[in-house]
Design a protein around this ligand. Sequence first.
Ligand code: SF4
Ligand code: MG
Length: 317
Amino acid sequence: TRPLLEVQDLQKVFTVGTMLNRKKIHAIRNVSFSIQEGETFALVGESGCGKSTTGRAIIRLTKPTSGTVKFNSVDLGNASNRDIRTMRRDIQMVFQDPYASLNPRMTIGRILAEPYRLHNLYSQKEREEKVIHLMEEVGLRSAYRNRFPHEFSGGQRQRIGIARALALHPKLIIADEPVSALDVSVQAQVLNLLMDLQEKYKLSYLFISHDLSVVKHISHRIGVMYLGEIVEVGEKEDIYSNPLHPYTQSLLSCIPTINKKEKSERIILSGDVPNPASPPSGCAFHPRCSSCMEICKSEKPKPRQIDKQVVACHLYN
Ligand code: SF4
Ligand code: MG
């Protein structure tokens, strides 16, 4: 079956600086992946690696410089206004800080009814019923619908953000660091909620996170991003049991594991993420890579298929 979302060679270049000193920043470069119905694809990497830009480029909050995004087989790059409107219902976003996107002067009931108002759907009474149902779906007491955002905890507010994303029955939810602002115990509850909703509604997720321990249970496949590029893609099990790219290996070595029988060595990444305006030559990871070879400094590694994984690293040539 055709994937629900197909991203091919997506690029976003920003131009910064003054007239005399213009610089191009490749926020994302050659980003390709697909998501099937009912699947969770996680994009993982340090902050500033282009994960959020990828999400924003998919729903065209930012216009991609090149590349294609197909949703339900419709090429969004030359879609009609009508197709774009449909896409804006079918793809919803959940953000790290729902509080920032919840109007503090509106009750939760009004906030959740807003998508229906904007799209002119349903009668007043039907909207009220929908809101009650939405709140129950995300584990909030519908009696709270006359309360304001500040009266809820962080976890409850994220449930409200999820309820709002669900209102129009989307097919894909782009969740950008949805649990990063929450306590660990609350994180698990919100992740479980997302998984329950996925099963119930066959939802697909693009799950964006800097934290491989967060995506461990929720994702089916994972793409690891570094400095605007996907350096490794694979099924969840393969990524965790057999990470191929040195960057994936270093990210994984930072996760505390319960089973510490064989004390795996923690790979400390030296140095910061380089400035995307002047990325390193060759493999962008080479200044931080403990396996760096001569060729890595001059030649960019091409993505290669190794079993079911795809990895861009000279170690596998
Ligand atoms: Fe390290 Fe070279 Fe592989 Fe880059 S290509 S990750 S520098 S071994
Ligand atoms: Mg981000």
